[in-house]
Design a protein around this ligand. Structure first.
Ligand code: SAH
Length: 389
């Protein structure tokens, strides 16, 4: 096995539990074999810190897989995935849809596995994990006996690692849609052509919070996708829900999901750009508005540009809230810190000339765990803002 020797003092972050090593922290790479990215991580003083993988083309040149000097084989991956599964089962014993493996937070950097009933959707985000893919598939087969596994390797993150984008059925068969149940609501999920791995499990708890406050309310769900928030509002007995999204496929599934649950009557579905729709609806008033847009900030140098987008939709929504209405506003941009998210909301509130109480500030569901030593693993921000008047 090759070795990465760190520069003097550059082992500090690793020792505090962080899993990344940047290019400029490496003194030397020894005995590297291009077809095997697994290496030992060694401090300047010669102490072995752990085992990880290396990609010289990436800014994050190495990521730790283990704090020991050990071989990264099928048994290792099986153990890691099993630990991840145990954690999920202890959190939610009765759920059939959740994030089984969340990358760094499960000490499997670059690997995402989402479970949709007996089907699994995998995203591989780094070269090191791409190399381990055959072993990961074997381990998952042994552990879960899946009906079908799909490699949904079309994330733009892969281009940062010089990886090709592709979608491929890895084993079994993937039907056109897979049905899941999330807290009493049935959803059809399109694993082949859906966005990300097919469904946004990370919002599970926030959707339940919306369900709790929906009774009798007139609700607007912007960026609805296949209805995660809209259907929860209806389950919570909302008076009416308008769902808006620009994706035809997402709205096709939302229509099917509404029928599946018997919620068609109070639901209006609009295919539109939400920026335009919010302007068009300017004169209307809603008791609750949900904003769950895609990540507007895709890289560190796009923060300013992205914030403008968030401000625009938040101002529009704030102005359209009925007296004491609630705005449920989210950002999944990993480059936007919670502080900057709140600052963005303060600016939006100021410009909309309304005052709000921050009644809740939440994040991703705990099956997308946050590693305390790695703030980067906490990406979702969701604020419940109640208008003061
Ligand atoms: N709230 C959803 C997830 C939203 S994902 C849930 O709970 O499942 C973001 C959604 O925004 C996607 O469905 C995407 O199609 C949609 N989208 C992206 N840009 C948009 C735009 N400018 N206008 C409307 N919808 C947009």
């Amino acid at each position: 096995m090759g070795e990465i020797i760190l520069k003097k003092g550059e082992d500090r972050r690793i020792k505090s539990g962080h899993l990344w090593i940047f290019n400029n922290e490496i003194e030397e790479v020894r005995d590297f074999m291009p077809d095997d990215p697994i290496l030992k991580i060694v401090s300047a003083e010669g102490r072995v810190l752990g085992t990880g993988y290396y990609n010289k083309h990436s800014l994050i040149a190495a990521r730790i897989l283990s704090w020991k000097d050990e071989s990264i084989d099928r048994a290792f991956l099986l153990r890691r995935i099993k630990e991840a599964k145990n954690l999920r089962e202890s959190l939610y014993p009765d759920l059939n849809c959740y994030r089984l493996v969340y990358s760094e937070a499960d000490f499997l950097p670059g690997l995402i596995i989402d479970k949709y009933n007996e089907y699994f959707s995998i995203q591989i985000l780094t070269t090191g994990m791409e190399y381990l893919t055959p072993l990961i598939l074997e381990a998952l087969n042994e552990l879960a006996g899946p009906a079908g596994v799909i490699l949904k390797n079309d994330s733009s993150f892969r281009t940062l690692e010089n990886l090709q984008l592709y979608v491929k059925v890895a084993s079994g068969e993937i039907p056109r849609t897979v049905e899941i149940d999330e807290r009493g609501i049935r959803y059809k999920v399109d694993l082949l052509e859906g966005q990300k791995t097919g469904f946004f499990c990370d919002q599970k708890e926030n959707r339940l919070l919306l369900r709790d406050i929906s009774r009798g309310k007139k609700i607007l769900d912007c960026f609805s996708y296949t209805g995660g928030f809209a259907l929860n509002a209806l389950k919570g007995d909302a008076a009416s829900v308008m769902a808006v999204d620009s994706s035809s496929r997402a709205l096709e599934l939302l229509t099917e999901n509404a029928a599946l649950n018997g919620y068609e009557k109070k639901l209006t579905i609009e295919k539109a750009d939400c920026f335009d729709k919010l302007k068009e609806l300017r004169g209307e008033r809603f008791d609750i508005i949900v904003l769950d847009p895609p990540a507007f900030i895709k890289s560190k140098n796009k923060v300013k540009e992205g914030i403008k987008g968030y401000i625009e939709i938040n101002i529009s929504a704030m102005k359209m809230l009925a007296p004491r209405g609630v705005l449920v506003t989210c950002s999944c941009s990993y480059h936007l810190s919670e502080d900057d998210f709140l600052a963005m909301l303060r600016i939006s509130a100021g410009r909309s000339r309304r005052q709000f109480r921050l009644s809740r500030l939440t994040s991703q569901a705990p099956y997308h765990p946050v590693l305390l030593a790695m703030p980067e693993t906490r990406y979702l921000k969701c604020a419940f803002l109640q208008a003061v008047n």
